[in-house]
Design a protein around this ligand. Structure first.
Ligand code: BG6
Length: 467
C-alpha cells in the first residue's frame, strides 16, 4: 500500500454530540429532537417528563471527559476529529436572538484541547438533531422561518470559531430525512411526501446560506455537505432492474446534485409531477442555492441491491434503510452487508459526477466486543473490516479520485443512533457502559487501537491487501 495516500491525508475519527456528550441539560442546553428519542431514531418520540432518563443523557460523558479522550485520539496519531456542535447548547430553544455563552465556551475548550495535539476539527452544524423548541413552536423545517434561525446559528459559530475550525459540514446524512423525518427535519413520521420535500427544500436553502456565510466569515476554510452514501446495485442485468436502480440512486444523489451543482436536477420535475408533490421554490431560493459546497462528504457502511420486483425478496435492514440483500456479500451481526469494493466504486461514482474533493467522514463496523480476563479486547473483525475498506480507498486514490481524508465512525464506543444501544460498538477505545447504562465509563484500548495507530503512522503503508 506504500505511497498511495497523500502526504496531508486527514486520518481520524468521527462522533456526534448527541451520541457522546451526555450532559443533556448542562450549562443552559435546551432539549433537542434527539433528547425526545431516548430509544434512538426508530424509537418512540416521547415528551420529557421530570424523572425520565435515557442512555443518551449521559452517553459516554464526553462533555466532561473529553481531555482524556482527545489524548487517546492523539496517541493514535489523529490528524482530524469530526464531531458536531449541539445547536441547543448555543441556541437552547432555537429562536433566541443571543447565543448561550456557556455553550459556546464548551466548544472553545474542546477545540483548544484538540489544538494542543494538532488535531484539526471537522464540525457538523447539525447531526441528527435540532432544537425541540423549533419543532414545537414552528413545525421544524416545515416552516420557512427555520432557515433564518439556522443561519443565525451558523453565523454565530463561524464567527466564534473561525480561527479554530477550518473544515465544516452542514447537515449530517441530509438524504435521510426521506426515511426519518423527525430526526432529519423535525416533522412527524407520518408526514406526507409534499411536506417532507418542502422541509427538505428549506434545509437545502439553509445549507446554501451556511455555505455562503462560511465563505464570507472563514474565507480560508472549506465547507461540505454530508450524504449517506447508500450506493445501490441492480440485482440483475434486467433493464427494468437497472432503471429502477438508477431511480433509487437518484433519491439520494438528488441532495448532492443540489448542493454541489446549485440547482434542482431535471429528473426531479418528473418525479414531483408524477407523485403529486408540490414544493414552493421561490426565485430567491433558486439564487441562494447557487452557493455550492467545496467538497462532498459521506458515510459508507454497506451497499444494497435493487430489483423492479421487490416483493419477491426479503430485505436487509441498515440503520435506516431497507435494501435487497446482495447474495455475494456477508453481513455484520446487525445485518449490514459488508462491501469494501463498494467504497471504491462509490468514490469513483461521486468523483465522476461532481469533480469535487471527497471526504469519507463515517465508516466502521458495529459489533459486540468481549473483554477477556486479562482486560484485552481482540477485535480482529473490526481490524479486518477497516483494513479492507481502507485498501479500497487507496485503490480509488490510485484511480485518480481526490480524497481529503477518512474519519472512521465511533473511534470511541458511543450510543448507536438507530436504537440507542451501547452494545453495538464501533470504537478503537472501549467504554465500560452497557445498554442499561451500568458501568464505570472507564476507557480501555482495544487491539484495533494499536492497529489504527500503525496505519496512521505509516500513512497507510501497513494496510494489507487481503481480498
Ligand atoms: C450514521 C449516522 O447513519 O450511522 C451516525 O450518521 C450513526 O450518527 C451511524 O451512529 C451508525 O449507525 P448506528 O445506528 O449503528 O449508530
Amino acid at each position: 500500500m506504500n505511497g498511495k495516500f497523500p502526504q496531508h491525508f486527514l486520518w481520524g475519527g468521527a462522533v456526534a454530540a448527541n451520541q457522546v456528550e451526555g450532559a443533556y441539560q448542562a450549562d443552559g442546553k435546551g432539549l433537542s429532537t434527539s433528547d425526545l428519542q431516548p430509544q434512538g431514531i426508530f424509537g418512540a418520540i416521547t415528551p420529557r417528563m421530570p424523572g425520565d432518563s435515557g442512555i443518551k443523557d449521559v452517553a459516554i460523558d464526553f462533555y466532561h471527559r473529553y481531555p482524556e479522550d482527545i489524548a487517546l485520539f492523539a496517541e493514535m496519531g489523529f490528524k482530524c476529529l469530526r464531531t458536531s456542535i449541539a445547536w441547543t447548547r448555543i441556541f437552547p430553544q432555537g429562536d433566541e436572538e443571543t447565543p448561550n455563552e456557556a455553550g459556546l465556551a464548551f466548544y472553545d475548550r474542546l477545540f483548544d484541547e484538540m489544538a494542543k495535539y494538532g488535531i484539526q476539527p471537522l464540525i457538523t452544524l447539525s447531526h441528527y438533531e435540532m432544537p425541540y423548541g423549533l419543532v414545537k413552536n414552528y413545525g421544524g423545517w416545515g416552516d420557512r422561518r427555520t432557515i433564518a434561525f439556522f443561519e443565525r446559528y451558523a453565523r454565530t459559530v463561524f464567527e466564534r470559531y473561525k480561527h479554530k475550525v477550518k473544515h465544516w459540514l452542514t447537515f449530517n446524512e441530509i438524504n435521510m430525512s426521506l426515511h426519518a423525518p423527525f430526526t432529519g427535519v423535525g416533522l412527524p413520521p407520518e408526514s406526507d411526501r409534499s411536506a417532507i420535500y418542502q422541509a427538505i427544500h428549506h434545509q437545502l436553502v439553509a445549507s446554501a446560506k451556511a455555505v455562503k456565510a462560511c465563505h464570507e466569515i472563514v474565507p480560508e476554510g472549506k465547507i461540505g455537505n454530508m450524504l449517506l452514501g447508500g450506493i445501490l446495485y441492480p440485482l440483475s442485468c434486467r433493464p427494468e432492474d437497472l432503471l429502477e436502480t438508477q431511480r433509487q440512486n437518484r433519491d439520494w444523489l438528488f441532495f448532492g446534485d443540489v448542493q454541489a451543482r446549485g440547482y434542482y436536477p431535471a429528473y426531479m420535475q418528473r418525479f414531483f409531477r408524477e407523485n403529486g408533490i408540490q414544493v414552493e421554490i421561490t426565485n430567491e431560493d433558486r439564487q441562494t442555492l447557487r452557493e455550492t459546497i467545496d467538497f462532498i462528504s459521506f458515510s459508507y457502511y454497506m451497499s444494497g441491491c435493487v430489483t423492479a420486483d421487490p416483493e419477491q425478496y426479503e430485505t436487509a435492514r441498515g440503520n435506516i434503510l431497507d435494501m435487497v440483500p446482495n447474495p455475494h456479500l456477508a453481513s455484520s451481526e446487525w445485518g449490514w452487508q459488508i462491501d469494501p469494493i463498494g467504497l471504491r466504486y462509490l468514490l469513483n461514482v461521486l468523483y465522476d459526477r461532481y469533480q469535487k474533493p471527497l471526504f469519507i467522514v463515517e465508516n466502521g463496523l458495529g459489533a459486540k466486543d468481549r473483554v477477556e480476563a486479562d482486560g484485552s479486547i481482540n477485535d480482529d473483525y473490526r481490524i479486518n473490516y477497516l483494513n479492507d475498506h481502507l485498501v479500497q480507498v487507496a485503490e480509488a486514490i490510485d484511480d485518480g479520485v481526490e480524497v481529503m481524508g477518512y474519519t472512521s465512525w465511533g473511534p470511541i464506543d458511543l450510543v448507536s443512533a438507530s436504537k440507542a444501544e451501547m452494545s453495538k460498538r464501533y470504537g478503537f477505545i472501549h467504554v465500560d457502559r452497557d445498554d442499561a447504562g451500568n458501568g464505570s465509563l472507564e476507557r480501555r484500548r482495544k487491539k484495533s487501537f494499536y492497529w489504527y495507530r500503525d496505519v496512521i503512522h505509516s500513512n497507510g503503508a501497513s494496510l494489507k491487501d487481503r481480498l
